[in-house]
Design a binder for this molecule. Structure first.
Ligand SMILES: Cc1ncc(COP(=O)(O)O)c(C=O)c1O
Length: 395
């Protein structure tokens, strides 16, 4: 058994990144300013999406897109229930109703087919999500959205490092995408997010909504030559990113490709080591190139019959073996705050979530850490089958 606890997540920050944060603080400008503008420019260039607006969370980016499109009371937004609750709450923030579509059992993402099943005349937008970083069938979704006159905002919280079937970042094919730089994401600012779109007018509306509806941010007012007067042109929110956070984001973006290489190595090691573990199957698998999985989450499914233990027991025993795990996700329609809403059946979501466990996977992990996890899983399954274990001892 491991001596030290292996946490589900631990960030790997390099000293030059910490130095960049200090440097930005020494510069005397803490709120939205030159570092945020640099981060936006480099994110737009890196993603291949024309416009990037930095905000203080992925949730803020989702909320702003719905607000900027004027989605509101009486409208519906289709999204997976098998995701984090942020998107559903954002639909509620603007007075709209979240409607849940089922997931494809292979990709664990919603598809044009599952969206069609819950369509009504009230649906105004679709909010698909790359589950754990799994590339979406975005071309099909965009074709359907085009026919039905719907907007598509990708909840790209897990998608820094994901490339779609054409080798493109989230936000290139759709109307907009919302990235999250929350602490456990593939690149982080601690807290932060990025709204990206190829629509210049939409980007400008989001920029204004993100700062109280003001037409000019502080950097453009307080710096030498800046103009003090500003107008408030609409209702707005306080969602701007700080320069302190952006200075970390700039360096995380530069390191994203190398961090992704390490994530992929670790994922491949998990996949090969889990081959002989009965009843525990990786659900996170590398897609054919040029698509790429971001390996933001490494999920396995527990087949209770074959493994001899339930998902909950596996989590408990890994914990006893000093290994942290997580579950992504408790589906949104099962939360008490959402359970009263009428809902179409979600058979795949309801079946899959009961079997799923997320294993630790992050660049700060060593190969030995992965072997500890797979060794512990093998042990759990062998102990659950004492008869097989005895019969497998050579005579
Ligand atoms: C799928 C998904 N969407 C949205 C979010 C919200 O991102 P943030 O925490 O940056 O607001 C998260 C965060 O964990 C997420 O996992």
């Amino acid at each position: 058994m491991r001596r030290e606890f292996l946490p589900y997540y631990r960030p790997l920050l390099e000293s030059h990144e910490m130095e960049a944060v200090l440097e930005s603080m020494r510069g005397g400008w803490l709120t939205t300013g030159p570092r945020v503008h640099e981060f936006e420019t480099s994110f737009a260039a890196g993603s291949g999406v024309a416009h990037a607006v930095a905000v203080n969370s992925g949730t803020a980016a989702l909320h702003l897109s719905l607000a900027a499109w004027g989605i509101g009371p009486g409208d519906e937004v289709v999204m997976p229930a098998f995701t984090f609750v942020a998107g559903a709450q954002c639909a509620r923030h603007v007075g709209a109703r979240p409607v849940f579509a089922d997931i494809d059992p292979k990709t664990l993402c919603i598809t044009a087919e599952t969206v069609k099943r819950v369509m009504t005349a009230r649906v105004k937008a679709i909010m698909p999500m790359q589950y754990g970083g799994q590339p979406l069938a975005i071309a099909d979704l965009m074709e359907f959205a085009g026919q039905a006159g719907l907007r598509v905002i990708e909840d790209a919280a897990h998608a820094a490092g994901t490339l779609d079937q054409n080798g493109r970042w989230a936000g290139v094919m759709s109307h907009a995408a919302a990235y999250s730089f929350y602490a456990t994401k593939n690149m982080t600012c601690g807290e932060g997010g990025m709204f990206v779109t190829n629509d210049g007018d939409l980007a400008e509306r989001v920029r204004v909504l993100a700062l109280h509806g003001m037409d000019r941010d502080a950097w453009r007012r307080y710096t030498q030559g800046g103009k003090w007067r500003y107008d408030v042109v609409s209702t707005g929110y306080k969602y701007n990113l700080s320069d302190t956070a952006a200075s970390l984001g700039i360096h995380q973006l530069k390191r994203l490709a190398s961090m992704q290489r390490r994530r992929e190595e670790l994922a491949r090691l998990y996949i090969s080591e889990l081959k002989d573990v009965a009843g525990i199957a990786p659900l996170t698998l590398p897609p054919p190139l040029p698509a790429k999985h971001s390996f933001c989450i490494f999920a396995v499914g527990i087949d209770e019959q074959a493994a001899g233990v339930s998902r909950d027991e596996v989590i408990e025993r890994l914990n006893q073996a000093n290994i942290g795990t997580s579950v992504h996700f408790i589906p949104t329609h099962l939360f008490s705050s959402f359970s009263h809403a009428a809902q179409a059946p979600l058979p795949v979501t309801d079946r899959v979530w009961k079997t799923i466990v997320s294993l630790p996977l992050y660049p700060a992990m060593s190969d030995e850490d992965v072997m500890d996890v797979t060794g512990a899983l093998r042990d759990i399954v062998v102990r659950a089958h004492p008869a097989d274990a005895v019969s497998s001892v050579p005579k």
